[in-house]
Design a protein. Structure first.
Length: 454
């Protein structure tokens, strides 16, 4: 793995502190209970960020990393193992297998590999059509005439094909001077009180959905690490007309938690053969994975939901870039009612400095320079909400399997980016990965062409 993920999250999370992001600082008191919850205490700044089970985060991180960036169908399997992380290498045609499939030879390591050849394209098309028409699972399987086993086999292939198409396109445009992203967490409810917490990140100018991760894992977990709560501590959007009062109210809600990063999302009944982790742990994983994208940009800004657990996780993922002044992190709270403008007002327990414009309120987390945030603009700030609505509407609510949920989520991410129209263009058009406007059928055609060409 060429990208270096942070593997110790028990660090000081106070941006101005000399121990900010430092692992094993002599300033720390490990597993402190000074404030009534398990924490790492930083004597340099007096903060007590909640204790994080590093092993749990690292194990689930590996699983999600393989799913998001490792399932590639093209290129040299030895040199080019992961999207974004390893460089694509050249290869030359190298005859055919006895079954008639094209072989290629890697120009760098001289490994010989075979290109993907999808024989039953009709089955892929049938499965795709059931996903777009969002029938229930039994009906979907029946309408394709496939056995259940084959239906899920082709569903997995379809997710791989569309995901690979999308990642290959993204690789072509990720290298840039500047990247701005917007991340929010959402709860997706399924039938029978099942459900999941998802973190979704969009590129700000196009609204293109770069990454989504849910809190399901195939890992065996200790009981205390398995999400199990009836409590809901999601910060509700206060129904007030004044932006300052709305923010004060949000901080007050946050203070009612046992500790400020205790994000609970109500009852989520377990899904078969997998476990749910706590949303705050998913945050550490999701933001680390975003480094695959930010690693390609010279500088970046990240606008995150006003949620303490996301703040801590973003800071841990970006701390090296923050120290080099290559990353800026902001809270963003959408608020479009006419209200008095905030111009660097201190609000809340931590005295965060808030600014506002017609889109909402912003608070720079990584620096405290006055008026720096006054001209912040998020052209597609509603994109995460729109994708969540799309997913909520299209996701099959009867699903009770981590693989099917992951596959459907990924297929919907790609369809939303490449097919969903906004002012006659798609987010993929605005993101610069394609000039074409796709239907789900033409998307599959082009994805197959790209992947079978290697
Ligand atoms: Zn500190
Ligand atoms: Zn190679």
């Amino acid at each position: 793995m060429m990208i270096k993920f942070k593997n110790d999250f028990n660090c000081c999370k106070t941006v101005g502190c000399k121990s900010f992001g430092v692992a094993n600082s002599p300033d720390y008191i490990y597993k402190s209970r000074r404030l009534g919850y398990l924490s790492i205490e930083c004597r340099a700044c007096g903060s007590n960020p909640p204790w994080i089970n590093n092993l749990l985060v690292n194990n689930v991180l590996k699983e999600k990393f393989e799913y998001q960036f490792g399932r590639k169908l093209t290129g040299c399997p030895k040199c080019y193992k992961y999207f974004f992380i390893t460089e694509r290498t050249d290869s030359k045609l190298n005859g055919f297998t006895s079954a008639g499939t094209q072989r290629k030879k890697c120009s760098q390591c001289h490994s010989i590999f075979t290109l993907q050849n999808f024989k039953n394209i009709n089955a892929l098309k049938l499965v795709l059509s059931t996903i777009v028409s969002h029938k229930d699972m039994r009906e979907s399987i029946k309408s394709t005439g496939l056995s259940a086993r084959l239906y899920y086999f082709y569903l997995n292939k379809l997710a791989l094909i569309l995901s690979n198409f999308s990642r290959l396109n993204e690789e072509n445009v990720m290298e840039r001077k500047y990247l701005a992203m917007h991340t929010q967490g959402k709860v997706l409810h399924l039938d029978h009180n099942r459900g999941l917490y998802i973190l979704i990140t969009a590129e700000v100018d196009s609204g293109y959905i770069l990454l989504q991760n849910n809190n399901l894992t195939s890992q065996d977990l200790n009981n205390k690490d398995i999400y199990c709560s009836l409590e809901n501590t999601v910060i509700a959007v206060p129904n007030v007309d004044n932006i300052e009062n709305a923010l004060i109210n949000r901080y007050q809600q946050n203070m009612k938690r046992k500790h400020f990063e205790q994000l609970l999302v109500g009852e989520l009944k377990p899904i078969t053969k997998c476990n749910l982790i706590y949303p705050d742990k998913l945050a550490y994983i999701h933001f680390q994975l975003l480094n695959a994208f930010t690693g390609k940009a010279d500088k970046y800004a990240h606008y995150i939901e006003h949620e303490s657990s996301l703040r801590a996780a973003t800071l841990m993922a970006s701390y090296a870039d923050i120290k080099k002044s290559n990353a800026e992190i902001y809270y963003f709270f959408p608020f479009t009612k006419v209200s008095e403008k905030l111009q660097g007002k201190d609000i809340g327990w931590w005295k965060d400095k808030w600014f506002s414009n017609e889109q909402g309120a912003y608070s720079p987390i990584t620096y405290k320079v006055k008026n720096r945030a006054a001209d912040v603009k998020l052209p597609e700030s509603d994109s995460v909400d729109l994708f969540y609505s799309y997913l909520n509407q299209h996701m099959n609510k009867g699903v009770n399997s981590i693989n099917v949920i992951d596959n459907l989520s990924e297929i919907h991410r790609v369809i939303f980016n490449y097919c969903d129209l906004k002012n006659k263009t798609t987010r993929a058009n605005s993101f610069g990965v394609t000039d074409k406007i796709y239907t789900s059928e033409s998307l599959l055609d082009d994805a197959l062409k790209m992947i079978m060409a290697g």
